[in-house]
Design a protein around this ligand. Structure first.
Ligand SMILES: Nc1ncnc2c1ncn2[C@@H]1O[C@H](COP(=O)(O)OP(=O)(O)O)[C@@H](O)[C@H]1O
Ligand SMILES: [Mg+2]
Length: 254
């Protein structure tokens, strides 16, 4: 199962990517999480320090992965994959380290190639934490063209839901079978009603509503991942999202 995590800046893409990845791994599934943000932070949410996150080697740009490509998936995981404390293999696809270093299209091409079928034998679940905006859906070929499902993270704001509403038809055009909005930072129960009503109005299928959690915010401020045992309401909702995803893409559920 290949899941693209998209949405507005600050909506909770990285946080939710990490929580989903960890929950899948806790069920014994092999999980690869790919950070495609040019300002990569996924490693921190998966339990690495800043230094460890920055030490994850960045995938070469415009690399074709697979038996007939530049590198096999085995070689790629061996050389560039890092096993994080959350039990998830992290790949870092894009990092901008110098001003004026050029566009990141080559990094996106590598990710697109990876999502073809190269990772099939290595991961039961691949999660892709994307940069904010919709460019990844317009870029030549579409970085996420091979994804099975997109989750659009939404804060409880009108613009958050409208971002999901704009994403739905673009993803369908790219051939991605399923796109859902996923509410986040919700003040329950009122914000659930907000998400349900506006999503219904805008034609956005709703995958769930994750509550606002003080511990998540505090951990982020401290540069730490949410420790096991914390954020129980958040984790409960994450499990329900996983159940929904398993129903959509049953062949890959173990
Ligand atoms: N459910 C939540 N409850 C509380 N804070 C959250 C929640 N989800 C995300 N956050 C906080 O919101 C901020 C942005 O989250 P992040 O995952 O980095 O967003 P994105 O990757 O979409 O830019 C972080 O400080 C994070 O800790
Ligand atoms: Mg992020």
């Amino acid at each position: 199962m290949k899941i693209g995590i998209v949405g507005k800046g600050g909506a909770g893409k990285t946080t939710t990517s990490a929580l989903l990845a960890e929950a899948f791994a806790d069920e014994g599934r092999r999980v690869v999480a790919i950070d495609t943000d040019s300002n990569p932070n996924l490693g921190i949410s998966l339990g690495y320090s800043l230094e460890e996150t920055e030490a994850v080697p960045v995938l070469p740009r415009a690399m074709m992965v697979g038996a007939a490509g530049d590198v096999t998936a085995d070689e790629l995981i061996e050389e560039y994959g890092r096993t994080t404390p959350a039990g998830v293999t992290l790949l870092s696809a894009i990092r901008v380290t110098e001003a004026g270093g050029g566009c990141t299209c080559g990094g996106h091409a590598t990710v697109r190639s990876l999502l073809g079928d190269a990772l099939e034998g290595h991961a039961d679940v691949t999660l892709i934490d994307m940069e904010a905006g919709l460019e990844h859906l317009s870029r030549a070929g579409g970085t996420l063209a091979h994804a099975d499902v997109l989750l659009v993270l939404m804060e409880p704001t009108r613009k958050g839901v409208l971002t999901a509403a704009r994403t739905v038809p673009l993803a369908a055009e790219l051939g991605i079978p399923f796109t859902y909005g996923l509410g986040n930072k919700a003040n329950l129960p009122a914000d659930r009603a907000f998400f349900e009503n506006l999503c219904d109005d805008q034609g956005v299928p709703l995958a769930g509503v994750i509550p606002f959690d003080e511990d998540l915010l505090a951990c982020e401020r401290a540069g730490l991942r949410l420790p096991p045992g914390k954020g129980l309401e958040v984790r409960k909702e994450i499990k329900q999202v996983i159940a929904l995803l398993d129903n959509l893409v049953p062949a890959t559920a173990s």
